[in-house]
Ligand binder design. Structure first.
Ligand SMILES: Cc1ncc(COP(=O)(O)O)c(C=O)c1O
Length: 374
Protein backbone atom coordinates (compact mmCIF):
# COMPACT_ATOMS: atom_id res chain seq x y z
CA UNK A 1 0.00 0.00 0.00
CA UNK A 2 2.81 2.38 -0.91
CA UNK A 3 1.37 4.99 -3.27
CA UNK A 4 2.63 7.90 -5.32
CA UNK A 5 2.40 10.26 -2.33
CA UNK A 6 4.80 8.09 -0.28
CA UNK A 7 7.22 7.83 -3.22
CA UNK A 8 7.17 11.60 -3.80
CA UNK A 9 7.69 12.22 -0.07
CA UNK A 10 10.76 9.96 -0.04
CA UNK A 11 12.25 11.77 -3.05
CA UNK A 12 11.62 15.10 -1.34
CA UNK A 13 13.26 13.84 1.88
CA UNK A 14 16.29 12.66 -0.08
CA UNK A 15 16.61 16.11 -1.61
CA UNK A 16 16.40 17.89 1.75
CA UNK A 17 19.40 18.98 3.83
CA UNK A 18 18.53 16.72 6.80
CA UNK A 19 18.33 12.95 6.54
CA UNK A 20 17.71 12.07 10.17
CA UNK A 21 16.08 13.58 13.29
CA UNK A 22 14.78 16.54 11.32
CA UNK A 23 11.46 18.23 10.57
CA UNK A 24 9.76 15.19 9.04
CA UNK A 25 10.33 13.11 12.17
CA UNK A 26 8.92 15.95 14.27
CA UNK A 27 5.88 16.26 11.98
CA UNK A 28 5.24 12.53 12.05
CA UNK A 29 5.41 12.63 15.86
CA UNK A 30 2.95 15.54 15.97
CA UNK A 31 0.59 13.84 13.52
CA UNK A 32 0.78 10.54 15.40
CA UNK A 33 0.04 12.28 18.68
CA UNK A 34 -3.00 13.96 17.10
CA UNK A 35 -4.16 10.65 15.61
CA UNK A 36 -4.01 8.82 18.92
CA UNK A 37 -5.02 11.72 21.15
CA UNK A 38 -1.64 11.69 22.90
CA UNK A 39 -0.02 14.92 23.99
CA UNK A 40 3.31 13.85 22.56
CA UNK A 41 4.82 10.96 20.64
CA UNK A 42 8.43 9.89 20.15
CA UNK A 43 9.44 8.21 16.87
CA UNK A 44 11.86 5.28 17.02
CA UNK A 45 13.48 2.73 14.75
CA UNK A 46 11.09 -0.16 15.58
CA UNK A 47 8.59 -1.44 18.11
CA UNK A 48 11.33 -3.59 19.65
CA UNK A 49 13.43 -0.44 20.12
CA UNK A 50 10.39 1.32 21.61
CA UNK A 51 9.82 -1.54 24.06
CA UNK A 52 13.49 -1.64 25.04
CA UNK A 53 13.50 2.08 25.83
CA UNK A 54 10.11 1.87 27.56
CA UNK A 55 11.49 -0.71 29.97
CA UNK A 56 14.72 1.25 30.50
CA UNK A 57 12.71 4.42 31.15
CA UNK A 58 10.70 2.52 33.77
CA UNK A 59 13.94 1.52 35.50
CA UNK A 60 13.88 -2.16 34.54
CA UNK A 61 17.29 -3.63 35.42
CA UNK A 62 18.91 -6.88 36.54
CA UNK A 63 16.90 -8.21 39.47
CA UNK A 64 13.61 -6.78 38.13
CA UNK A 65 10.77 -9.09 37.17
CA UNK A 66 8.52 -8.21 34.27
CA UNK A 67 5.21 -10.01 33.86
CA UNK A 68 4.84 -10.73 30.14
CA UNK A 69 1.97 -12.15 28.11
CA UNK A 70 2.87 -15.66 26.91
CA UNK A 71 0.74 -15.00 23.83
CA UNK A 72 2.74 -12.22 22.17
CA UNK A 73 5.62 -11.55 19.83
CA UNK A 74 9.07 -12.36 21.23
CA UNK A 75 9.94 -8.64 21.06
CA UNK A 76 7.74 -7.91 24.12
CA UNK A 77 9.87 -10.31 26.17
CA UNK A 78 13.24 -9.86 24.43
CA UNK A 79 13.27 -6.15 25.23
CA UNK A 80 12.85 -6.91 28.95
CA UNK A 81 15.57 -9.60 28.79
CA UNK A 82 17.93 -7.07 27.21
CA UNK A 83 17.51 -4.92 30.33
CA UNK A 84 18.64 -7.90 32.39
CA UNK A 85 15.15 -8.53 33.78
CA UNK A 86 13.54 -11.88 34.49
CA UNK A 87 10.38 -12.53 32.42
CA UNK A 88 7.47 -14.08 34.28
CA UNK A 89 5.01 -15.41 31.71
CA UNK A 90 1.25 -15.45 32.11
CA UNK A 91 -1.33 -17.27 29.96
CA UNK A 92 -4.13 -15.61 27.99
CA UNK A 93 -7.88 -16.08 27.76
CA UNK A 94 -9.48 -17.95 24.86
CA UNK A 95 -9.22 -14.85 22.63
CA UNK A 96 -5.51 -14.26 23.27
CA UNK A 97 -5.82 -11.43 25.85
CA UNK A 98 -3.63 -11.68 28.96
CA UNK A 99 -5.38 -13.36 31.90
CA UNK A 100 -5.74 -10.57 34.46
CA UNK A 101 -6.32 -12.91 37.42
CA UNK A 102 -3.06 -14.71 36.62
CA UNK A 103 -1.26 -11.37 36.38
CA UNK A 104 -2.30 -10.57 39.93
CA UNK A 105 -1.09 -13.97 41.19
CA UNK A 106 2.29 -13.42 39.50
CA UNK A 107 2.97 -10.05 41.13
CA UNK A 108 5.65 -10.09 43.85
CA UNK A 109 8.02 -7.62 45.49
CA UNK A 110 10.42 -7.84 42.51
CA UNK A 111 7.75 -7.04 39.87
CA UNK A 112 8.63 -3.79 38.10
CA UNK A 113 6.27 -3.88 35.07
CA UNK A 114 3.40 -5.72 33.41
CA UNK A 115 3.76 -6.06 29.63
CA UNK A 116 0.63 -6.77 27.64
CA UNK A 117 -0.22 -7.05 23.96
CA UNK A 118 -3.48 -6.12 22.26
CA UNK A 119 -3.62 -9.38 20.34
CA UNK A 120 -4.74 -9.11 16.69
CA UNK A 121 -5.81 -5.54 17.48
CA UNK A 122 -8.44 -6.48 20.10
CA UNK A 123 -7.94 -4.58 23.35
CA UNK A 124 -7.12 -6.24 26.63
CA UNK A 125 -9.64 -5.33 29.34
CA UNK A 126 -7.32 -2.57 30.51
CA UNK A 127 -9.77 -1.26 33.11
CA UNK A 128 -9.51 -4.57 35.01
CA UNK A 129 -5.76 -4.75 34.50
CA UNK A 130 -5.27 -1.19 35.75
CA UNK A 131 -7.17 -1.96 38.93
CA UNK A 132 -4.71 -4.78 39.62
CA UNK A 133 -1.64 -2.77 38.58
CA UNK A 134 -2.63 0.25 40.67
CA UNK A 135 -3.38 -1.92 43.69
CA UNK A 136 0.23 -3.14 43.58
CA UNK A 137 1.84 0.05 42.23
CA UNK A 138 3.22 -1.67 39.11
CA UNK A 139 3.42 0.17 35.75
CA UNK A 140 1.88 -1.23 32.56
CA UNK A 141 3.66 -1.38 29.19
CA UNK A 142 1.24 -1.71 26.28
CA UNK A 143 2.59 -3.44 23.18
CA UNK A 144 0.35 -1.87 20.53
CA UNK A 145 2.23 -3.28 17.52
CA UNK A 146 -0.96 -4.88 16.22
CA UNK A 147 -3.41 -2.28 17.48
CA UNK A 148 -3.12 1.05 15.69
CA UNK A 149 -6.64 2.53 15.68
CA UNK A 150 -7.88 0.51 18.67
CA UNK A 151 -9.73 2.45 21.35
CA UNK A 152 -10.79 1.21 24.75
CA UNK A 153 -13.48 3.22 26.55
CA UNK A 154 -12.92 5.96 23.96
CA UNK A 155 -9.16 6.38 24.46
CA UNK A 156 -6.53 5.00 22.12
CA UNK A 157 -4.55 2.00 23.35
CA UNK A 158 -1.10 2.96 24.55
CA UNK A 159 -2.57 5.74 26.71
CA UNK A 160 -4.18 3.51 29.35
CA UNK A 161 -1.06 2.03 30.85
CA UNK A 162 2.14 3.95 31.55
CA UNK A 163 3.64 3.71 28.08
CA UNK A 164 2.56 2.38 24.67
CA UNK A 165 4.73 1.07 21.83
CA UNK A 166 3.83 0.84 18.11
CA UNK A 167 5.34 -0.82 15.04
CA UNK A 168 5.53 0.33 11.44
CA UNK A 169 6.98 -2.89 10.07
CA UNK A 170 5.67 -3.48 6.51
CA UNK A 171 2.77 -5.80 7.37
CA UNK A 172 1.38 -3.51 10.09
CA UNK A 173 -1.57 -1.10 9.78
CA UNK A 174 0.77 1.58 8.43
CA UNK A 175 4.44 1.27 7.52
CA UNK A 176 7.65 3.26 7.38
CA UNK A 177 9.69 0.26 6.14
CA UNK A 178 11.01 -0.24 9.67
CA UNK A 179 9.91 2.09 12.43
CA UNK A 180 8.14 2.55 15.71
CA UNK A 181 6.58 5.08 18.06
CA UNK A 182 6.16 5.59 21.78
CA UNK A 183 3.26 7.42 23.41
CA UNK A 184 2.56 8.05 27.07
CA UNK A 185 0.68 10.40 29.36
CA UNK A 186 3.89 10.67 31.43
CA UNK A 187 6.24 13.42 30.23
CA UNK A 188 9.06 12.00 32.39
CA UNK A 189 9.00 8.72 30.45
CA UNK A 190 8.88 10.44 27.05
CA UNK A 191 11.78 12.72 28.00
CA UNK A 192 13.79 9.67 29.01
CA UNK A 193 12.91 7.78 25.79
CA UNK A 194 13.89 10.84 23.70
CA UNK A 195 17.30 10.87 25.35
CA UNK A 196 17.82 7.11 25.22
CA UNK A 197 17.07 6.97 21.49
CA UNK A 198 20.00 9.33 20.78
CA UNK A 199 22.96 8.03 22.80
CA UNK A 200 21.76 9.54 26.08
CA UNK A 201 22.95 12.98 25.05
CA UNK A 202 21.42 16.12 26.47
CA UNK A 203 20.34 17.57 23.11
CA UNK A 204 19.41 15.25 20.31
CA UNK A 205 18.37 17.63 17.55
CA UNK A 206 21.20 19.32 15.67
CA UNK A 207 19.32 22.63 15.62
CA UNK A 208 18.99 22.52 19.42
CA UNK A 209 22.75 22.50 19.90
CA UNK A 210 24.27 25.85 20.71
CA UNK A 211 27.29 24.99 18.62
CA UNK A 212 27.55 22.09 16.17
CA UNK A 213 29.35 19.23 17.85
CA UNK A 214 28.67 20.51 21.36
CA UNK A 215 26.80 18.07 23.54
CA UNK A 216 27.17 15.95 26.64
CA UNK A 217 26.23 12.29 27.27
CA UNK A 218 24.38 12.41 30.55
CA UNK A 219 23.48 8.73 30.57
CA UNK A 220 24.04 5.48 28.71
CA UNK A 221 21.94 5.47 25.54
CA UNK A 222 21.28 3.87 22.20
CA UNK A 223 20.78 4.87 18.59
CA UNK A 224 17.13 4.01 18.01
CA UNK A 225 16.20 7.04 15.90
CA UNK A 226 13.87 7.18 12.92
CA UNK A 227 15.26 8.61 9.69
CA UNK A 228 13.66 11.47 7.76
CA UNK A 229 13.10 9.04 4.87
CA UNK A 230 11.08 6.69 7.08
CA UNK A 231 9.17 9.59 8.64
CA UNK A 232 8.31 10.93 5.16
CA UNK A 233 6.61 7.60 4.38
CA UNK A 234 4.94 7.55 7.81
CA UNK A 235 3.37 11.00 7.39
CA UNK A 236 1.70 9.92 4.14
CA UNK A 237 0.69 6.51 5.50
CA UNK A 238 -0.89 8.06 8.58
CA UNK A 239 -3.02 10.32 6.36
CA UNK A 240 -4.42 7.12 4.84
CA UNK A 241 -4.83 5.31 8.17
CA UNK A 242 -8.58 6.06 8.57
CA UNK A 243 -9.26 4.59 5.13
CA UNK A 244 -6.96 1.58 5.80
CA UNK A 245 -8.60 0.91 9.16
CA UNK A 246 -12.11 1.13 7.73
CA UNK A 247 -11.20 -1.38 5.03
CA UNK A 248 -9.72 -3.71 7.63
CA UNK A 249 -12.93 -3.57 9.68
CA UNK A 250 -15.12 -4.22 6.63
CA UNK A 251 -12.92 -7.08 5.45
CA UNK A 252 -12.79 -8.62 8.92
CA UNK A 253 -16.56 -8.40 9.38
CA UNK A 254 -17.26 -9.96 5.99
CA UNK A 255 -14.73 -12.76 6.51
CA UNK A 256 -15.94 -13.44 10.06
CA UNK A 257 -19.54 -13.78 8.83
CA UNK A 258 -18.43 -16.05 6.00
CA UNK A 259 -16.48 -18.39 8.28
CA UNK A 260 -18.86 -18.39 11.27
CA UNK A 261 -20.08 -21.78 12.46
CA UNK A 262 -17.52 -23.82 10.49
CA UNK A 263 -16.75 -27.32 11.81
CA UNK A 264 -13.10 -27.40 10.73
CA UNK A 265 -12.23 -23.70 10.81
CA UNK A 266 -13.96 -20.89 12.67
CA UNK A 267 -13.10 -17.31 13.68
CA UNK A 268 -11.65 -16.27 17.02
CA UNK A 269 -13.13 -12.99 18.34
CA UNK A 270 -16.38 -14.35 16.99
CA UNK A 271 -18.71 -11.74 18.46
CA UNK A 272 -16.64 -8.74 19.58
CA UNK A 273 -17.76 -5.43 18.09
CA UNK A 274 -15.07 -3.96 15.83
CA UNK A 275 -16.14 -0.30 15.50
CA UNK A 276 -13.32 0.73 17.87
CA UNK A 277 -10.82 -1.96 16.92
CA UNK A 278 -7.89 -1.56 14.53
CA UNK A 279 -8.31 -5.17 13.49
CA UNK A 280 -5.00 -6.66 12.39
CA UNK A 281 -5.93 -10.09 11.01
CA UNK A 282 -8.58 -12.76 11.37
CA UNK A 283 -7.34 -15.56 13.58
CA UNK A 284 -9.15 -18.78 12.62
CA UNK A 285 -9.18 -21.75 14.97
CA UNK A 286 -8.79 -25.22 13.48
CA UNK A 287 -10.42 -28.53 14.38
CA UNK A 288 -8.15 -31.30 15.71
CA UNK A 289 -8.05 -33.05 12.34
CA UNK A 290 -7.22 -29.82 10.49
CA UNK A 291 -4.60 -28.88 13.10
CA UNK A 292 -2.72 -32.07 12.24
CA UNK A 293 -2.41 -30.90 8.62
CA UNK A 294 -1.86 -27.18 9.23
CA UNK A 295 1.26 -26.98 7.02
CA UNK A 296 -0.65 -28.67 4.17
CA UNK A 297 -3.57 -26.26 4.73
CA UNK A 298 -1.25 -23.26 4.52
CA UNK A 299 0.33 -24.63 1.36
CA UNK A 300 -3.10 -25.30 -0.16
CA UNK A 301 -4.23 -21.77 0.69
CA UNK A 302 -1.05 -20.37 -0.78
CA UNK A 303 -1.73 -22.38 -3.96
CA UNK A 304 -5.04 -20.54 -4.21
CA UNK A 305 -3.30 -17.19 -3.68
CA UNK A 306 -4.27 -16.80 -0.01
CA UNK A 307 -1.30 -15.85 2.19
CA UNK A 308 -2.03 -17.25 5.66
CA UNK A 309 0.32 -16.95 8.61
CA UNK A 310 0.47 -17.93 12.30
CA UNK A 311 0.35 -15.41 15.19
CA UNK A 312 2.42 -16.62 16.94
CA UNK A 313 4.12 -19.92 16.12
CA UNK A 314 4.75 -20.73 19.82
CA UNK A 315 3.92 -19.12 23.15
CA UNK A 316 7.01 -17.06 24.07
CA UNK A 317 8.04 -19.38 26.97
CA UNK A 318 8.11 -22.22 24.43
CA UNK A 319 10.65 -20.42 22.20
CA UNK A 320 14.06 -22.11 22.54
CA UNK A 321 15.81 -19.18 24.25
CA UNK A 322 13.12 -19.02 26.95
CA UNK A 323 12.75 -22.79 27.23
CA UNK A 324 16.48 -23.14 27.87
CA UNK A 325 16.62 -20.21 30.24
CA UNK A 326 13.47 -20.78 32.30
CA UNK A 327 12.35 -24.40 31.59
CA UNK A 328 8.72 -23.52 32.20
CA UNK A 329 6.18 -26.30 32.43
CA UNK A 330 4.45 -25.43 29.15
CA UNK A 331 1.17 -26.92 30.36
CA UNK A 332 0.84 -23.66 32.33
CA UNK A 333 0.00 -21.89 29.07
CA UNK A 334 -2.79 -24.03 27.61
CA UNK A 335 -4.70 -21.22 25.91
CA UNK A 336 -1.64 -19.60 24.35
CA UNK A 337 -0.54 -23.11 23.36
CA UNK A 338 -3.87 -23.79 21.68
CA UNK A 339 -3.88 -20.54 19.69
CA UNK A 340 -0.27 -21.12 18.60
CA UNK A 341 -0.70 -24.72 17.58
CA UNK A 342 -4.29 -24.77 16.29
CA UNK A 343 -4.92 -21.52 14.44
CA UNK A 344 -4.00 -19.66 11.31
CA UNK A 345 -4.13 -15.93 10.65
CA UNK A 346 -5.96 -14.82 7.53
CA UNK A 347 -5.29 -11.48 5.83
CA UNK A 348 -7.78 -8.63 5.95
CA UNK A 349 -5.46 -5.76 5.00
CA UNK A 350 -6.51 -2.77 2.91
CA UNK A 351 -4.96 -4.32 -0.21
CA UNK A 352 -8.02 -6.63 -0.20
CA UNK A 353 -11.58 -5.67 -1.13
CA UNK A 354 -14.95 -7.37 -0.67
CA UNK A 355 -14.49 -9.46 -3.83
CA UNK A 356 -11.16 -10.79 -2.48
CA UNK A 357 -12.79 -11.68 0.82
CA UNK A 358 -15.67 -13.47 -0.94
CA UNK A 359 -13.06 -15.36 -2.97
CA UNK A 360 -11.34 -16.41 0.29
CA UNK A 361 -14.64 -17.57 1.78
CA UNK A 362 -15.33 -19.69 -1.31
CA UNK A 363 -11.78 -21.01 -1.55
CA UNK A 364 -11.15 -22.01 2.06
CA UNK A 365 -13.41 -25.13 1.95
CA UNK A 366 -11.51 -26.33 -1.16
CA UNK A 367 -8.17 -25.74 0.58
CA UNK A 368 -9.44 -27.64 3.64
CA UNK A 369 -10.42 -30.62 1.47
CA UNK A 370 -7.04 -30.55 -0.30
CA UNK A 371 -5.20 -30.43 3.05
CA UNK A 372 -7.25 -33.28 4.54
CA UNK A 373 -6.70 -35.51 1.51
CA UNK A 374 -3.01 -34.64 0.98
C1 LIG B 1 3.09 -7.68 19.30
C2 LIG B 1 4.35 -7.32 18.61
N1 LIG B 1 5.27 -6.60 19.25
C3 LIG B 1 6.42 -6.23 18.66
C4 LIG B 1 6.71 -6.60 17.37
C5 LIG B 1 8.01 -6.18 16.77
O1 LIG B 1 7.84 -5.05 15.98
P1 LIG B 1 9.08 -4.42 15.19
O2 LIG B 1 9.33 -5.31 14.00
O3 LIG B 1 8.61 -3.04 14.77
O4 LIG B 1 10.23 -4.36 16.13
C6 LIG B 1 5.78 -7.34 16.64
C7 LIG B 1 6.06 -7.74 15.26
O5 LIG B 1 5.28 -8.39 14.60
C8 LIG B 1 4.58 -7.72 17.26
O6 LIG B 1 3.66 -8.48 16.64
Amino acid sequence: MIGEAEKAAVIAALGSPTLTHGPRVRQFETDFAAFTGAERAVATSSCMASLHMAYLALGIEPGSEVIVAAQTHIATAHAAELCGATCVFVDCDKDGAIDVAQVESAICSRTRAIAIVHYAGFPVDIAALKRVAERHGVPIVEDCALALGTRFNGAHVGLHGDIGCFSFYPVKHITTGEGGMVISRRADLLDRVSRLRAFGIDRNIVSERALPGEYDAIELGLNYRMSEIAAAIGIEQLRRAPEFLERRRENFTLLREGLAGGDDLWPLHESQPVADVGVYCLVAMLSARLTRVRPQLMRALSGHGVGASVYYPRPVPAMSYYRHKYAYDLSRFPRAGLISSASIALPIGPHLDAADIRYMIETIPDAIQEALSA
